[in-house]
Ligand binder design. Sequence first.
Ligand SMILES: [Zn+2]
Length: 410
Amino acid sequence: MRKVNLKDFKTANHRVLRDINEVIVLNVIREQQPVSRAGITQVTHLKAGTVSRIIDRFLETSLVYELGTGTSTSAGGRKPVFLHINPTKSYAVAVNVAPSRTEMALSDFNGHLLHMKSLPTESNPQEFLPKVADEILSLISLTNRYSELGGVGVGLVGLVDTENGVILEGENLGWGDNIEVGKILRERIKQDLPLYFENAARLSALGEFWFGARYLSEYSDVVFVVVDEGVGTGIIVNGQLYRGSRNGAGEFGHVCIDPAGPRCSCGSYGCLEVFASDNATIRRYMEKIAAKANPHLSEDVRVDVNMIVKLAREGHPSALEAVRETARYLGWGLAPIIYGFNPDAIVIAGKIVEDWPLVEKEILDSCATRVSQPFLGPTKILPSTLHVSPPLMGGIALVLAKNFAAPEII
Ligand SMILES: [Zn+2]
């Protein structure tokens, strides 16, 4: 599933390649809506008649609708009519099974979330996953347009068999290996509803790439770094998710930063994840405050990264040091990504970067100590632009983006 790069594409003039022009026009409407036929002609350089014929087909199949008019040109003539993607054309459900909580959402065709749910992730998948299936069914019941439902996109941690929805190895979840998530969900969701599976970090990349800021569309090669209970990455190469031979590409969280460092969940020592995950930030903060009495903490308060980032923003020294130390490790961890992939941009998601000015300098400065300027200079390092959970948005993209993806050309 390759996203069309609107800054760099070749339109097709042969009838046999009509599909490509349709996908390009649909993507222009999705990204620039509301947009007129003249606006589409200008962006795509297709003939006005070709654009009009494509739009007529879209209107016939309710993919788009017309609403509102612009001002007419100085030469007079008809006022341009604006086109929009029809949000009710299709729906999607996304699920993200993370170590602490499992989130779910129902979205329309534009990727707008209509309903969200979440529940604490439990330790026994055989008991927990049927509950997730019930929640999926209850979300689906909120739309009475079952026939328009495109499917369910499920995010899982670790090494995932995406075809069958099996967690082959998922040490952060604590469920053990070879967990047949797809089979357990399918037993409960009896309807003939497509279920799609993907590793959560790769889903985050997909979510950001399809629903993030529009400027990301200008890049074809982007690496997304997700910092949460672990550190994962999703790699987009030439507008397409890169999966690797066993669907395991992007485990930069297990690149060694310091061989003398603490043991990682993978069995090795000193991995990036040990130094830069949310758990590392919490551990670091707790160590810093251990020696002092802390007026901000009472015994029964559970420390999480949101709280540490909030304290850091307010200028509390221990929190600020903990957050910035994590940022430094993160900056070092970007070096193998930049040298390995030479991406247009690296986008970082996670609570640790929610207040970007708080960590930006630390990340960029520490990265600069490990990467030479010709490589670092052209690489944009940016925070995530999604306001809701990136893997959830990725689950939506996994289902809906098929409608907008570039056709495979042999
Ligand atoms: Zn590791």
